[in-house]
Every structure is written in structure tokens, then in C-alpha cells.
Design a protein around this ligand. Structure first.
Ligand SMILES: Nc1nc2c(ncn2[C@@H]2O[C@H](COP(=O)(O)OP(=O)(O)O)[C@@H](O)[C@H]2O)c(=O)[nH]1
Ligand SMILES: [Mg+2]
Length: 331
């Protein structure tokens, strides 16, 4: 039944409100009743209550996370050993300045330290705060050993002071040592100090994580997209796994900003995941929405589990890549 019994203001006359609208049956099973016997054939109401219908979030998650405990995910990483004679797996964080690369490392490190830590400098400075290339080790308080998975944090991509494709390929192919300082006016060449001329498989990147700020997806900077595409073009040949870490999900959806547990229920986040996958030509299952620890003082499962899941997935992809890598037995 479509009802619009009154509009604007109606006043009570005698003992009823006189409606000024209409009621009409439509697409509804009235079970033998009609408008006449339903309304008494008038629009006189003794009581009027006004309700607002609001859109209800669909409670079915659009992505199911593994039903294992955080402890199981952590222990998978703590006990992980790369194949062959490799010492560790290297995951490269690549993204615009301010996209949340350093914060992602801090998030993962905090999870394994069991408390909020801030080893990598993060912030909102206009230019990249990270000017050195860092191969971060993640120490676990439980196993007291560093994980055999490292996160590589680069200087951010930005207009003007861009890392060009050959610089990025030097990183991906393992030519740069830990703590290498980028000098925007000196291109990376084999004769610069610290350059590794003959990197081994151990030095190379085994998985690339494009770090994307989920609030920037609608107006994604063209120059950064072009850099991502150029990198993809080069690494697709090697079969290097690629994922997207979609950060700042709390800023992309009001529901998630109030309650991070709604991350995989939020249709706004589902849409951003879909758009990002399309933008980078990657399957949605390779796009991981995460909220980084940034103003929290204590760890929270709703933040930890999506971040840890993304980290486990990247490690598994890197492991698959290495197992299939023809150079594996040479190192
Ligand atoms: N609200 C929110 N802020 C974030 C998140 N991740 C990073 N930030 C903030 O974004 C800013 C840039 O982060 P940073 O990690 O330095 O970016 P980087 O340049 O890619 O290393 C910092 O102020 C962070 O606190 C997130 O998931 N949510
Ligand atoms: Mg940084």
C-alpha cells in the first residue's frame, strides 16, 4: 500500500487529524481488504506517529575472513621459512607519499610486539618523510626471533620528486642495500656507492604491495597510476605477485570510522575494493582493506585481524612465487 496521508502540517480538529493526502493499494497483498474498509474511507486519524525509514546495512559480510584465531595467523608467520636456501621473503610497499606505507609496517610490527610501536617515521608531511630505503625486520615477542618476512619501505611516489621506473626496478631486482638514501638529483646507477651489482634471489623483491589510500581512489593521481602500471608491465613478465593494501578505510566509510568491525560488511568499502581492483587490473581477492594503527594506544582485534590477514596472504603469494622460481636452487 502506498500511503501519503498528509503533507506539510495538519492540525487536530475535534478529535482527529484531517489528512490531506491519499492512500492507494499497490504491489501488496491486502488479503481481501481494500482501501475503503482499511481506512474507513476517510483520512481522519486519531493518532499520527511519524517514523523515518533509514537504509539498513546488509549484515552479510562481502568477504569472509579465515575462521582461525589471531594466534594461529601469527604463528604461521613466526614459524614461516622460505623455500630453498633463502633467508627471508621481501615484500615491497609501493605507493604515494602519505598513503600509509610506514604506518602499515608499524601496524604489523605492533601486532608482533603485542603493543603499539612506531619504528618507521610516519606523518603527513607534504614530501616523503621516508627518504631512505629500509628493509624492516619484524621481531616477535613470542618467538623472540625476527620473522623471515621483511617489509621494504620506500620513499613515497610523488609528483615532481618521483622515483622513476629504473629506480623502482633497481629496488625490485635487489640492487639497493638497506638504508640506501635516495638523492632525487642523483639517478640510481651501478657506480653509485652501495649498489649491489650481482643481487641474489635473497635480495630481490618477492611480492609487491601497492599501497593505496582508500579516500583517494576516485581522484587517483594519474602520474602514480602510470608508475604503478609501468611497474606492473615489467614485473608481470617475471610472474611477481602483486596485491593492493587499501589503507585508511576508516576515512572512506563513516560506519567503519565508528566501528572497524564493520569493515567487511560496509558496502562503501566493498565498492572501493572493486574500483581499486579494476584500476590496477588485479582480482578483488588481491585487494586488502586495512586500517592502520595510527591514533590507537592499545591493540584491537578488529584492526589486527584484517592487517594480519593481508600480511599472511602476501607471504603465501611470495612463497608460491619462490617455489615456482627457476633461480631458487642457485642461491
Ligand atoms: N585514519 C587513518 N590514518 C592513517 C592510516 N594509515 C596511515 N594514516 C595516516 O596517514 C599519514 C601518512 O602515513 P604514512 O604511513 O607516513 O604514509 P607513507 O608516506 O606512505 O609512509 C599519517 O599521518 C598516518 O597517521 C589509516 O589506516 N587510517
Ligand atoms: Mg613513509
Amino acid at each position: 500500500m502506498i500511503c501519503s496521508p498528509f503533507s506539510s502540517t495538519i492540525n487536530k480538529q475535534n478529535n482527529y487529524f484531517q489528512g490531506n493526502g491519499y492512500t492507494s493499494p499497490k504491489s501488496y497483498n491486502m488479503q481481501g481488504h481494500n482501501v475503503t474498509n482499511f481506512t474507513g474511507n476517510n483520512l481522519q486519524f486519531t493518532e499520527v506517529e511519524v517514523y523515518q525509514v533509514t537504509e539498513r546495512q546488509d549484515e552479510t559480510p562481502w568477504r569472509k575472513l579465515p575462521e582461525v584465531k589471531q594466534k594461529v595467523l601469527k604463528s604461521e608467520l613466526e614459524t614461516y621459512s622460505p623455500p630453498g636456501k633463502l633467508d627471508h621473503v621481501n615484500i615491497l610497499l609501493l605507493g604515494a607519499v602519505g598513503s600509509g606505507k610506514s604506518s602499515y609496517f608499524n601496524t604489523i610490527n605492533s601486532i608482533f610486539q603485542g603493543r603499539i610501536t612506531s619504528v618507521a617515521r610516519s606523518g603527513s608531511a607534504e614530501h616523503s618523510l621516508t627518504t631512505t630505503y629500509r628493509l624492516y625486520k619484524i621481531k616477535s615477542t613470542d618467538s623472540r626471533q625476527p620473522l623471515k618476512v621483511r617489509l621494504c619501505d620506500t620513499r613515497g611516489l610523488e609528483d615532481g620528486l618521483n622515483l622513476d621506473l629504473s629506480d623502482l626496478m633497481a629496488i625490485i631486482d635487489g640492487h639497493l642495500p638497506d638504508r640506501f638514501t635516495f638523492n632525487p638529483s642523483v639517478p640510481i646507477r651501478p657506480d653509485i656507492p652501495g649498489y649491489k651489482k650481482n643481487p641474489t634471489l635473497n635480495d630481490r623483491i618477492h611480492c609487491i604491495a601497492f599501497v593505496v589510500d582508500s579516500t583517494a581512489i576516485d581522484v587517483f593521481p594519474d602520474k602514480i597510476l602510470q608508475t604503478f602500471k609501468a611497474v606492473q608491465h615489467r614485473v608481470n613478465v617475471q610472474g611477481l605477485p602483486q596485491v593492493v593494501l587499501l589503507t585508511k578505510v576508516d576515512k572512506a566509510c563513516e560506519v567503519v570510522s565508528k566501528d572497524v568491525s564493520q569493515l567487511f560488511i560496509s558496502s562503501a568499502i566493498r565498492d572501493v575494493v572493486e574500483k581499486t581492483g579494476e584500476l590496477l587490473g588485479l582480482p578483488r581477492s588481491h585487494v586488502y582493506p586495512v586500517k592502520n594503527y595510527e591514533d590507537e594506544l592499545v591493540l584491537d582485534d578488529n584492526v589486527t585481524i584484517p592487517a594480519l590477514t593481508s600480511f599472511v596472504q602476501m607471504t603465501r603469494f611470495a612463497d608460491d612465487f619462490l617455489n615456482d622460481c627457476p633461480d631458487l636452487d642457485e642461491d
